[in-house]
Design a protein around this ligand. Structure first.
Ligand SMILES: [Zn+2]
Length: 465
C-alpha cells in the first residue's frame, strides 16, 4: 500500500518546507517536490496543513496501580486519547514489585498492552527493590528493548529508594547503555511535612502543594545530579522538572558538560498551585490538580517556558496519570494525603504547546517538533525510526491544521477520565489525520485503528544530546 501526501508543509527539528511525502507500507520512502502520483494507491492533498512526525510522550502511567486503585485509562482508551492528540508513540512506566524481578515488571506491563494498543509503545522500568540479581538484570535490560530505569526519590514506604540504591543503580546503568531517570523530590522531608499538616488539621487539597515545597525538588535534583556525576557520569534524565531552583541545578550541570537532561510536563506551563484551592462552589475541585511534584508559581512556569526555548528543557511529556474525579480523587475528600496523585493530559500536549508556544511566537514549529517528538525519540533510543520525517523512518505522521480552533472539554476528549485540566479553553491546532507506521489511525473525528495494532518498540541505548 502506497500513500502519497502532497503539498503539505513538512516540519522536522531541522527544516520546514512544502513537499510531497510517499509512504510505502510502514515506512517513509520518498520526500520530494512534485512526486509522481501514478504509483500511489492513495493520494492525500495536504495543502495548507503541516506534516509533522507523530508525537512521542515518554512519561505516562496507563493502567497503573496506586494504593488499591488503578489509573482509569488502559492501553486502549489511553492510546485513543493520545492518537487524537497527535501522539503516536509513548513510553510507560512498568514498576518492579517489591521482591519481584524487573523482567516480571516488564512482562506485567506487556500484558496490559497486549491486544489493546492502537499506537506504538515501550516501557521504562522503575527500580523499587535493588538486590544483586536486580543489579545484574539492569545490565541485561537492553536485550529486551528497555533502556531506561527510574528511581523515585519520593513516596516514602512505597516507591522511594534510598541513596545507596539510587547510586548503585546509576553506576550499573552508566556501564550498560541505560538511561537513569529520577523523580526528584525529598520524600523523607515531605513525609514529615505531611504528618505535621495532618496533625494541625490541615486537610484541604492545597496542603498537597504546601507540604511539597520547591526547595525539596531543588535539593533532590541537585543530589541526583551530583550522585550521577560520581557514578561514572551516568546520563541522567530528570522527569517533570517544575521549578526555578531545580532548573538552575540542571542548567549548571549542563554548563559543566555533565550528561543531564530535563523534561517538563504540560500542566506545569499552564497552572500554578492556586488551582489546588478549588472553586468557590467546590473547594475539593483542587484535587483535580493534585500531581507530584505539585504545581508551582507563575515565576516557575515562566522559567520553564524560557528553558523550552533555550534548550535547558530537553522535551515535553505529560505524566498522564488519570484518576477520575467522581470516584478516585474522591477517596481523599477527608484528606489531601489520600488523594491519588496524578493528572491527565495525554491528548492535550501538542495543541496546548502549539497554541501557547508556537502561535504566541515563543517557539518555532521546528523547536515544537523537537520538544514533542525528536528529542524524546533520541533520548529514549527510538531515533530515527521515530521522532522525525526521513527516508526509512516509520510513517508516524500527523497532518496538522495549525489554525483549527476548538474548545477543550471532557465532553469531547477521548480519554476515560471525567475531567480535563484545560476545560473550556479555546485553542488552535489539531490533527486532521494521524498515521502510525503507515496505517491511518485517526481521520477527523473517527478512530480508524483496530485494537492491538500498536506495536512494542524495542529501544536502543539513548542517543545523548
Ligand atoms: Zn509520572
Amino acid at each position: 500500500m502506497k500513500t502519497l501526501i502532497k503539498n503539505g508543509r513538512i516540519v522536522t527539528a531541522a527544516d520546514e518546507y512544502v513537499a510531497d511525502l510517499l509512504i510505502d507500507g510502514e515506512k517513509i520512502v520518498l520526500i520530494g517536490a512534485h512526486l509522481d502520483e501514478s504509483g500511489a494507491d492513495q493520494v492525500i492533498d495536504a495543502a495548507g496543513l503541516y506534516v509533522l512526525p507523530g508525537g512521542v510522550d515518554v512519561h505516562t502511567h496507563l493502567a497503573m496501580p496506586w494504593r488499591g486503585v488503578e489509573t482509569c485509562d488502559d492501553f486502549f482508551t489511553g492510546h485513543r486519547a493520545a492518537a487524537f492528540g497527535g501522539t503516536t508513540t509513548h513510553v510507560d512506566f512498568s514498576i518492579q514489585a517489591k521482591g519481584g524481578t524487573l523482567h516480571e515488571a516488564v512482562e506485567t506491563w506487556h500484558a496490559k498492552a497486549n491486544g489493546k494498543a492502537v499506537i506504538d509503545y515501550s516501557f521504562h522500568v522503575a527500580i523499587t527493590d535493588l538486590t544483586d540479581s536486580v543489579m545484574a538484570e539492569i545490565a541485561e535490560l537492553p536485550k529486551i528493548g528497555v533502556t531506561s530505569i527510574k528511581m523515585f526519590m519520593a513516596y516514602k514506604d512505597s516507591l522511594q529508594v534510598d541513596d545507596m540504591t539510587l547510586f548503585k543503580s546509576m553506576q550499573v546503568a552508566a556501564k550498560s547503555g541505560v538511561l537513569s531517570l529520577v523523580h526528584a523530590e525529598n520524600g523523607d522531608a515531605i513525609e514529615v511535612l505531611i504528618a505535621e499538616a495532618i496533625t494541625a488539621g490541615n486537610h484541604a487539597p492545597i496542603y498537597h502543594a504546601l507540604t511539597r515545597p520547591p526547595e525539596l525538588e531543588t535539593e533532590a535534583t541537585s543530589r541526583a545530579i551530583w550522585l550521577a556525576q560520581v557514578a561514572g557520569d551516568a546520563p541522567l534524565f530528570v522527569v517533570h522538572c517544575t521549578c526555578e531552583g531545580a532548573l538552575a541545578a540542571v542548567s549548571a550541570a549542563r554548563l559543566r558538560g555533565q550528561h543531564v537532561y530535563a523534561e517538563t510536563c504540560t500542566q506545569y506551563l499552564f497552572f500554578t498551585k492556586d488551582a489546588l484551592n478549588g472553586t468557590a462552589d467546590d473547594p475539593f475541585d483542587g484535587a483535580k490538580y493534585i500531581c507530584s511534584p505539585p504545581l508551582r508559581e507563575t515565576s516557575d512556569s515562566a522559567a520553564l517556558w524560557r528553558a523550552l526555548r533555550t534548550g535547558d528543557i530537553t522535551s515535553l511529556s505529560t505524566d498522564h496519570c488519570p484518576f477520575t474525579y467522581a470516584e478516585q480523587k474522591a477517596l481523599g475528600r477527608d484528606s489531601f494525603a489520600k488523594v491519588p496523585n496524578g493528572a491527565p493530559g495525554i491528548e492535550d500536549r501538542l495543541y496546548m504547546l502549539w497554541n501557547d508556544g508556537v502561535l504566541s511566537g515563543r517557539l518555532t514549529p521546528s523547536r515544537f517538533v523537537e520538544l514533542v517528538a525528536t528529542n524524546p525519540a533520541k533520548m529514549f533510543g527510538m531515533y530515527p525510526r521515530k521522532g522525525t520525517l526521513a527516508i526509512g523512518s516509520d510513517a508516524d505522521i500527523v497532518l496538522w491544521d495549525g489554525a483549527a480552533e476548538h474548545v477543550v472539554s471532557a465532553a469531547t476528549h477521548h480519554s476515560a477520565i471525567d475531567y480535563n485540566l484545560f476545560e473550556g479553553r479555546t485553542v488552535q491546532g489539531k490533527p486532521v489525520k494521524v498515521f502510525v507506521r503507515g496505517q491511518l489511525v485517526v481521520d477527523g473525528d473517527n478512530l480508524m485503528a483496530e485494537k492491538g495494532s500498536g506495536a512494542f518498540i524495542h529501544r536502543a541505548s539513548p542517543l545523548l544530546l
